[in-house]
Design a protein around this ligand. Structure first.
Ligand code: FAD
Length: 463
């Protein structure tokens, strides 16, 4: 006898082109494993999609079987929403195609592509669009939350460069959205995350970048942190959009340009990036080398793709991670003092406090232009708790939470939706900021049953 549930599954399997994985199948555990090792969930079914038709079948199946749905792009989201307990995991990672039109300067990107996949294709034509700083992150999740990286000060957020998308909504329909087609849905997905459907194709505007850029690190002893961060704050105030400097406080990794005795000691590392003329970038960024007395530096011209991978060794998958994040419009003395206080008692050798620089073009776009609203953010301050042993969970999480609490008085109140951990449901309205009510209206229209609920969830007004 076949139960109705089995029959629905069998029907789905017969129509699906990709792999359907069930618990116990070869590849099931690999497919459900995501970047953050804190997440260990077992979907009832994993649908490894090969194209839009598979996504439509998967949505129809989940609707019919009454299954909760998770969507996996690059699998980097810290909250782990890419995978569900029970339910259907729509795994988009097999869909990795990136097609570049170098004349129109656009890229058409499938939702399983990573930043590395994207850069590989676009840099063949010395083109790029603003994405993140770690090549294994997924283009999909990063873009739908806003997306920022080294090119953001010059060319805006990833969503500012999204010109169109194709999306399968909860009713099973595939829609093309752009400024002219379904503009409200197009607005909502540019910052509203995975709330509105499964995006099966992204179309980006590209810009000339590289193929070589000026970039690298200047590493100072932690003891000089106050001076270095104060000088940093002042320096970036007048920085041209082509340039960027981010800061990280952590224990020194074994970087070949540092003396061996520095490994494991506290450091403030400044990461420098300059697009355009390398000589000009070097000259304009030169003062960063004299914020204190560095342990060492490694600066020069290198391929943009190499710089995009420079931090990969520190951000490998498989570690336990707990992050907290705040947006800042300025780095006050109080914020700097608190950063230093907590960097002095890092919870593990891999934990870090990280300051990303935004502003520039990202801040010139009005907050209501896209669902991503935090246009006044100048700095994103993250605490990255990262460790290996589950026995350290409580201690490392507590450190991150305490730091987060201590910096709250100096923060702007908003948070980047892509850096939120699972339990931050109380920060949802703050994450979507002034666009929250409009997003609720869009959610009510396009997903009234909250079919897409595993995300930083915007609840429809009828729920
Ligand atoms: P996934 O976990 O696969 O997806 C996350 C969520 O996005 C899903 O649960 C789903 O709700 C939604 N989603 C994904 N794909 C789709 C789709 N096709 N359709 C609909 N919804 C979808 N962010 C930055 O902006 N800049 C950075 O430099 C940056 N660096 C990072 C470095 C690391 C090491 C990590 C772990 C994260 C970083 N992030 C950065 C945050 C990153 O933007 C988020 O983690 C983002 O969610 C990752 O997208 P993903 O596709 O890899 O994740």
């Amino acid at each position: 006898m076949t139960s109705p549930a089995d029959k629905t599954l069998q029907e789905f399997q017969s129509k699906f082109r990709g792999e359907v994985l069930l618990p116990g199948d070869t590849g099931y555990d690999e497919a459900r494993t995501i970047w953050n090792a804190m997440i260990d969930r077992k979907p009832a079914v994993i649908a490894r999609c090969t194209g839009c038709a598979d996504v439509m079948e998967a949505v129809a199946y989940a609707q019919k079987a009454g299954l909760v749905v998770a969507m996996r792009g690059g699998g980097h989201n810290i909250a782990g929403n890419a995978v569900c307990s029970g339910g259907l995991m729509i795994d988009l990672s097999p869909m990795k195609s990136v097609r570049v039109d170098p004349v129109a300067r656009t890229a058409t990107v499938e939702p399983g592509a990573t930043l590395g996949d994207f850069d590989h294709e676009a840099q063949a034509f010395a083109l790029a669009t603003p994405l993140g700083i770690n090549s294994t992150t997924g283009v999909g999740g990063l873009t739908l939350g806003g997306g920022f990286g080294w090119l953001t000060r010059k060319y805006g957020m990833s969503v500012d460069n999204l010109v169109a998308a194709e999306i399968v909504t909860a009713d099973g329909r595939r829609r093309r959205v752009s400024a002219d087609q379904d503009p409200e849905l197009f607005w909502a997905i540019r910052g509203g995350g995975g709330n509105f459907g499964v995006v099966t194709l992204f179309e980006f505007r590209l810009h000339p970048v590289g193929p070589e850029v000026f970039s690298g690190l200047v590493v100072y002893p932690f003891e000089q942190a106050r001076e270095v961060l104060s000088r940093y704050r002042e320096f970036v105030e007048t920085l041209p959009d082509e340039l960027s400097v981010w800061a990280v406080l952590r224990k020194a990794p074994p970087l070949p340009f540092l003396p061996e005795e520095v490994y494991g000691k506290g450091i403030v590392a400044l990461a420098l990036f300059g697009m355009g003329d390398a000589k000009e970038a070097r000259k304009r960024l030169d003062p960063v080398r004299a914020f204190g007395r560095p342990y060492g530096e490694h600066l020069g011209v290198q391929p943009y793709t190499a710089w995009q991978q420079a931090f990969d060794p520190l951000l490998t998958p498989g570690a336990r991670n707990y992050w907290k994040s705040h947006n800042f419009t300025e780095l006050s003395d109080g914020a700097i003092d608190t950063v230093i206080e907590y960097a002095a008692k890092l919870s593990s050798p891999q934990s870090e406090i990280f300051i990303g620089l935004l502003g520039g073009q990202a801040s010139r776009v009005p907050p209501e232009a896209t669902a991503y609203a935090h246009r006044d953010t100048q700095f994103a301050l993250n605490v990255h708790g990262r460790w290996e042993d589950p026995a350290d969970d409580q201690r490392c999480i507590a450190w991150a939470r305490e730091f987060f609490k201590a910096t709250t008085p100096y923060a702007a109140g908003g948070v980047y939706v892509n850096f939120m951990t699972e339990e931050e449901t109380d920060r949802i309205a703050a994450a979507y900021g002034p666009n929250y009510e409009r997003l609720v209206r869009a959610k009510t229209k396009y997903d009234p049953e909250n079919f897409f609920s595993l995300n930083q969830n915007i609840k429809p007004s009828n729920e």
